[in-house]
Ligand binder design. Structure first.
Ligand SMILES: Cc1cc2nc3c(=O)[nH]c(=O)nc-3n(C[C@H](O)[C@H](O)[C@H](O)COP(=O)(O)OP(=O)(O)OC[C@H]3O[C@@H](n4cnc5c(N)ncnc54)[C@H](O)[C@@H]3O)c2cc1C
Length: 194
């Protein structure tokens, strides 16, 4: 039983995992590696001048791995349903359970449909925290947008979903704020020397 099960390991899913795990929740990511990043070169990701999409993905995977995210690479979610404890996500030979669910499958909306999430036309209907009509289930990226299909927007969606889950858990608005002394504590003052 994980705290947050995330289906999809592109910018949206991995950012949701990063924010959740970094702040004390156990995150599990199922991913089939069909991310559009493998076709992209990013010149429009703020703070990064120019990076090949697959290179960016490897950095992001390393970042979530370093926080201890359970990344099930190659695991395809075939179905999802609500349970008494939260959600069960089926794969061909196994199942993963979590108290919260984040759908981050790019433009693929089949799991949201299977779960019974409300749609607004062709897209999954979410509020500003990316929560769907199903309590505790979030949707991100292209499945919630007819346009605005960009890596940074997906990453923002994933962050918003995770922060809202953290707020739910802690019972108050949660902000993932770090300060320079946090970097000193982690890197022993090396962070500023680069
Ligand atoms: C040719 C091209 C060029 C692009 N150029 C840019 C650009 O310059 N700048 C920019 O910002 N964006 C660009 N994009 C768009 C960008 O790649 C996407 O916006 C971004 O990857 C979306 O992130 P995401 O996490 O929402 O979805 P994705 O990155 O698509 O990730 C979804 C992941 O979910 C996995 N998945 C799907 N279904 C399942 C399932 N059932 N079980 C398990 N895993 C599943 C997929 O395999 C995939 O890995 C480009 C896209 C293309 C195609």
């Amino acid at each position: 039983m994980s705290d947050v099960v995330i289906v999809g390991g592109g910018p949206a899913g991995l950012t949701a995992a990063l924010f959740a795990q970094k702040n004390g929740l156990e995150a599990t990511v199922l991913d089939t590696d069909g991310t559009w990043l493998h076709k992209a070169h990013l010149f429009n990701y703020p703070g990064i001048g120019s990076v090949d999409g697959s290179v960016y993905l490897e950095t992001l995977r390393g970042q979530v791995d370093s926080f201890g995210v359970d990344r099930l690479q190659g695991a395809e979610a075939t179905d999802v349903e609500q349970t008494d404890q939260g959600f069960r996500v089926d794969t061909d030979d196994d199942a993963v359970e979590g108290r919260y669910l984040v759908l981050a499958t790019g433009a693929k909306r089949d799991l949201a449909e299977a779960l019974g999430c409300a749609f607004d036309g062709d897209v999954v209907d979410v509020d500003v925290t990316m929560e769907t009509s199903v309590d505790g289930a979030y949707a991100t990226g292209a499945m919630v947008r007819a346009e605005e299909w960009q890596a940074v927007i997906s990453a923002g969606d994933g962050a918003a979903a995770a922060l809202n889950i953290l707020s739910e858990e802690k019972g108050e608005h949660y902000h993932d704020f770090d300060v320079p002394s946090d970097a000193d504590a982690v890197f022993g003052g090396m962070a500023d020397e680069e």
